[in-house]
Design a protein around this ligand. Structure first.
Ligand SMILES: [Zn+2]
Length: 282
């Protein structure tokens, strides 16, 4: 449930086997000020076929994943399917003596013309296959990794999550509202220790597979999905703790897969929108 980093989740949600997405959807509907607001909670991972199909039915995707496989899948969504992905992350570092060295959080939008998650260094392509094979969830494999390996790093401070979430939403507002006519402020990296904000406005590297051969390939691109045992086990565990919610999963996934025509229309309108506006670096 990640009680240390997610607003509106409580101990009783975890005790009752309520999924994070269900708890958040409920909170969003309670707080929403827009009329006819509806949150649909889907318990799929974005690397599962049902989850990826549901993601492809969105206008924009927000990401707070930290594993390489879902970030790879989101990179495919961003470049092959032209769905902007607003991604972010937090890294907290310490000195050799165990004192806090710093905390850095970043937010960026991956979309054609902007630097992708792989070129930004947000995941190691070599680790994608390791995760697909289940090795990053295998205790015996994890035991042999260095203590500073990303799989072993699970640090968080709630205030840092708020900072990262704010930066992601600021990126979204820039892209959609274009204050001052600027839609692309570049990838942003905030350093808590110095209070400085770095910006990176370069596009993808010359040899990038996503900005090159896979660009706008749609369903002809690579398929980043596969059965995901960890997600399946997590759902089964929650269903065992809370049986009434389990039968809803199938109908929810069918609803998410229903509208391919709408998906195609949105892709072309987004492609047009992404070409509008100007970058401060141009
Ligand atoms: Zn790239």
């Amino acid at each position: 449930m990640n009680l240390d980093r997610i607003l509106n989740t409580r101990r009783e949600h975890a005790a009752e086997g309520i999924a994070k997405v269900a708890a958040i959807a409920d909170a969003l509907e309670t707080s929403a000020t827009a009329e006819a607001f509806h949150a649909q909670a889907l318990e799929w991972s974005v690397v599962e076929p049902e989850g990826f199909a549901a993601a492809l039915d969105c206008d924009v995707l927000f990401s707070c994943v930290d594993r390489p496989w879902p970030r790879y899948a989101l990179n495919v969504a961003g470049y092959s399917h032209l769905i902007p992905v607003i991604d972010g992350g937090i890294v907290v570092s310490q000195t050799r003596k165990g004192k806090m060295r710093g905390a850095d959080w970043r937010a960026h939008i991956v979309a054609p013309g902007r630097r992708c998650l792989e070129c930004l260094g947000q995941y190691d392509p070599g680790a994608v296959q390791l995760e697909r094979e289940g090795r990053l969830d295998d205790p015996s494999y994890i035991r042999q990794l260095n203590d500073d390996h990303f799989v072993k790093r699970n640090e968080n401070v709630f205030a840092f999550s708020l900072g990262c979430a704010s930066l992601e939403l600021s990126q979204f507002i820039s892209m959609v509202i274009a204050p001052g006519g600027i839609t692309d402020v570049g990838a942003q990296l905030y350093h808590l220790s110095t209070g400085t904000l770095d910006r990176e406005t370069d596009g993808c590297k010359a040899q990038c597979f996503f900005a090159g051969p896979l660009l706008a390939k749609g369903d002809a691109s690579v398929d980043p999905t596969a059965p995901h045992e960890v997600a399946e086990n997590a759902r089964a565990k929650r269903a065992a703790a809370s049986p009434p919610t389990a039968p809803d999963l199938e109908s929810l996934s069918e609803a998410a897969l229903r509208s391919p025509g709408r998906r195609r229309g949105l892709r072309s309108s987004l492609a047009r929108r992404l070409g509008a506006g100007k970058s401060p670096g141009v």
